[in-house]
Write a protein that binds this ligand. Structure first.
Ligand code: ADP
Ligand code: MG
Length: 720
């Protein structure tokens, strides 16, 4: 058998189990031990200093030099007590992963460990190699990182990590975190204004996020024997195994031992880092799993998700495993997503998406619900763009993944309630009437709690007390889609507040003014609501009839970033300026092009260097065999048929790979990045990927198993 594949398979068989022992019997005994969060600060800082830090956390106020010195000193003491020698600013550049540059606490001149307040608060990493979408070439070639005190400092890999934003010297965001933090102000501002109509005590509204993270796990040796997984994160070839996911026996089945050990191990590390992971289970595809923490304040939740992914990769090493976060590592089985469970919570402790026993709160609930639906309707293209990536393109609309059409699922009960509200426009409210009763919104809670129909096919679904944005890709940084969601909902709430104000000014009673506006919004945004099967073909047709977009490829989906209205929206809410929007557009296009380019190259290399030579060797054997049969005067027609078939696929591979390479060459001359990306989509990906894969996968079935060079799907997905 081809040596690399053979070696890998042998290695898997001999893997020892890795024993996992928790540091203490109870999670509460070690939860957060590697975190320097609010409670640690409270313990180690003088009350006056602590108060200043809390003001920075709550209100975003500046931290003065003296305060920074105090915090730095306390952090250093804590870190040294834990055997930590280095520190780093930890940030999220637009590459999609996290970045760090480690510095030692040890000052050789002084002969002791030092950590200055200025080093805590700000750094200038040599950032010239991070994507900037033209920002740094336009302005200064410098960027700096600045401490985000609202996300706790932590120890990872014996290094003190300080969560930071990453901005250019002129202040433009070069990361995911900065616009997210700004979007929190936008949504807070807009949501508080609406809340005040119902409850004067509300001063702050914060989004919460709980991320269900899907991933695949395969043996590390098998991974290393697949150059496509190593280079592109997904398998570009591979015939479906005889058994895929059709038995539906993997989902919620028992977790394979090695994977379970791995899960326990990374959960321990997560708990030490204060990441509240709580759920683990198998997912639908063989080899696919999910981890979910309990929801947290959104900025912390995003950081925790990024950290969790990093950490899972490190822990997997120890177990001889490889985690795949790609959206579609294997064709023919489910892809992976990252379900973003999002809600809005007030400082008075009310979840604004929680239906309630109180009728007044239900009107507030409906107001936020309807505003969100309207926001998605008005800006579905922006939401679509926020989740666009080369990886997610393979997933959306394929095998049990939400389609590229953005729609909202509300469930039967809420649909009925909104329909009622919309229709009952002429409802007469007499003095002494209970308006809530008449509108049928006095009793939402019992019905909703009973309402168990959970539509799994919707990209954006209301699930009882939160919205779940499921179209987000498994490798994505949630900050992009979440900042977008915050901004569009902020916009809808702001417009709504104005409309309600107008109604009130025209003499309407407050409750009626709100109901009138809700009715209008319900009507206006009705087209985006869909309760049926989002995976079906009928829905594609229906959505087209309704005029909803179905933007299947990333470059197409990203066009919305060059619209004037998009730039105005982000600027209006002070989340991104024109240049930042433009830069993001470029970076996302650039990422897309690079990914497709890499895949295309890997395909070419594998086809030319691995598959074709193997097929030719096999073909020679067949020719020998046919000649032998012929010499004996026996029927050799079957052998000849196979030879012809093998030849046909080899020819097809050769010509398609050559043509694809030529197409790439032509496109690389294209200066306009939008055109280049669109070209990569149509002239490279759409024109050749399927054809090349088809020939290789056919050859996999024809060539004898012994000599096939690539680890097969059944080996990657089922061997553990
Ligand atoms: P599912 O049935 O979709 O798996 P779960 O109830 O397990 O849903 O919740 C999935 C995620 O949603 C978890 O991370 C959970 O903490 C989070 N979640 C629950 N309530 C909220 C909320 N109000 N806001 C944000 N996330 C929430
Ligand atoms: Mg879910």
């Amino acid at each position: 058998m081809a040596t690399l594949r053979q070696q890998a398979l042998t290695m898997v068989q001999g893997r020892p189990r890795v024993q996992v022992t928790p540091p203490a019997p109870k999670i509460s005994d070690f939860f957060g031990t590697n975190v320097f969060g609010i409670s640690q600060m409270k313990q180690s800082l003088a009350p006056s200093v602590f108060k200043k830090v809390m003001e920075a956390v709550d209100k975003g106020s500046k931290i003065d030099v003296a305060t920074a010195e105090e915090v730095a000193s306390a952090v250093k003491t804590w870190a040294l007590s834990k055997g930590v020698t280095h520190y780093t600013h930890w940030f999220q550049p637009l590459t999609g992963s996290t970045a760090e540059k480690h510095d030692s606490f040890f000052d050789a001149h002084a002969g002791l460990e030092k950590f200055k307040g200025s080093a805590l608060v700000q750094q200038e990493p040599d950032a010239s190699s991070f994507p900037n979408g033209g920002i740094r070439s336009t302005f200064e070639a410098r960027g700096y990182t600045a401490w985000d005190p609202s996300s706790p400092i932590f120890i990872f890999d014996k290094t003190l990590c300080i969560p930071t934003i990453f901005v250019s010297y002129t202040g433009e965001a070069l990361d995911y975190k900065t616009p997210l933090l700004k979007s929190l102000e936008a949504i807070n501002d807009a949501a508080v204004q609406i809340c005040q109509l119902f409850d004067r005590n509300v001063r702050k509204v914060s989004p919460s996020l709980g991320v269900e993270q899907e991933y695949f796990v395969i043996d590390k040796a098998l991974y290393s024997a697949r150059p496509d997984l190593v280079m592109a994160g997904r398998s570009v070839f591979g015939h479906n195994p005889a058994r895929g996911q059709q038995l539906e026996d993997h989902y919620f089945g028992s977790i394979p031992t090695r994977v379970k050990d791995f899960m326990m191990d990374f959960e321990i590390e997560a708990h030490k880092l204060g990441i509240p992971v709580s759920t683990r289970h198998n997912e639908v595809a063989p080899g696919q799993f999910e981890v979910a923490p309990v929801f947290e304040e959104i900025n912390k939740a995003v950081d925790h998700n990024q950290l969790l992914m990093d950490m899972m990769e490190k822990v997997a090493e120890k177990h001889g495993l490889k985690v795949l976060f790609h959206e579609k590592p294997f064709a023919g089985v489910n892809g992976s997503g990252k379900h973003n469970n999002w809600s809005l919570i007030t400082d008075t402790g009310i979840n604004l998406f929680q239906p309630s026993n109180s009728a007044r709160e239900n009107l507030q609930f409906l107001t936020f619900l309807v505003a969100t639906v309207k926001a998605v309707y008005d800006n579905s293209d922006l939401l679509r763009a926020s989740i666009a990536s080369a990886g997610n393109d393979f997933r959306l609309g394929a095998n049990e993944a939400p389609p590229a059409i953005i729609s909202v699922f509300l469930g039967e009960t809420l649909t009925a309630i909104l329909d009622e509200l919309e229709k009952n426009g002429n409802i007469k409210i007499e003095k002494g009437d209970n308006m809530y009763m008449k509108l049928g919104i006095s009793k939402i809670p019992e019905i909703i709690l009973d309402n168990t129909d959970r539509n799994r096919t919707s990209p954006f679904a209301f699930t009882g007390n939160k919205f779940e944005f499921r179209a987000v890709g498994s490798s994505a940084n949630c900050a992009g889609p979440m900042a977008t969601l915050n901004v569009i909902v902020a916009e809808a709430l702001k417009t709504m507040a104005k409309d309600i104000e107008k109604e009130i000014e025209s003499g309407k009673e407050k409750k009626l003014a709100i109901v009138n506006v809700l009715r209008k919004y319900i009507k206006d945004s009705k087209k985006v609501r869909f309760e049926g099967d989002g995976y079906s073909e009928e829905w594609e047709k229906e959505a087209a009839k309704r005029g909803l977009s179905n933007l299947k490829s990333t470059p197409e989906a990203l066009d919305v970033y060059s619209k004037k209205s998009t730039k105005e929206l982000f600027a209006k809410h002070n989340v991104m300026n024109d240049l930042e929007v433009h830069a993001r557009h470029e970076i996302m296009l650039e990422n897309f092009i690079k990914k497709v380019q890499i895949e295309s190259r890997v395909m070419g290399d594998l086809a030319l260097n691995h598959v074709i030579p193997t097929a030719i060797l096999y073909q020679n054997k067949l020719i020998e065999n046919a000649n032998g049969l012929k010499g004996l005067g026996l029927d050799h027609s079957a052998a000849v048929e196979t030879i012809k078939e093998v030849s046909k696929h080899i020819e097809s591979l050769k010509s398609n790979v050559t043509a694809m390479t030529e197409a790439r060459k032509q496109l690389n001359k294209e200066d306009d990045i939008v055109k280049r990306a669109k070209g990569y989509q149509t002239d490279v990906k759409e024109a050749y990927f399927e054809k090349i894969r088809y020939a290789v996968d056919k050859l996999e079935l024809l060539v004898d198993d012994e000599s096939w060079p690539l680890v097969k799907y059944r080996e990657m997905l089922f061997i553990r």
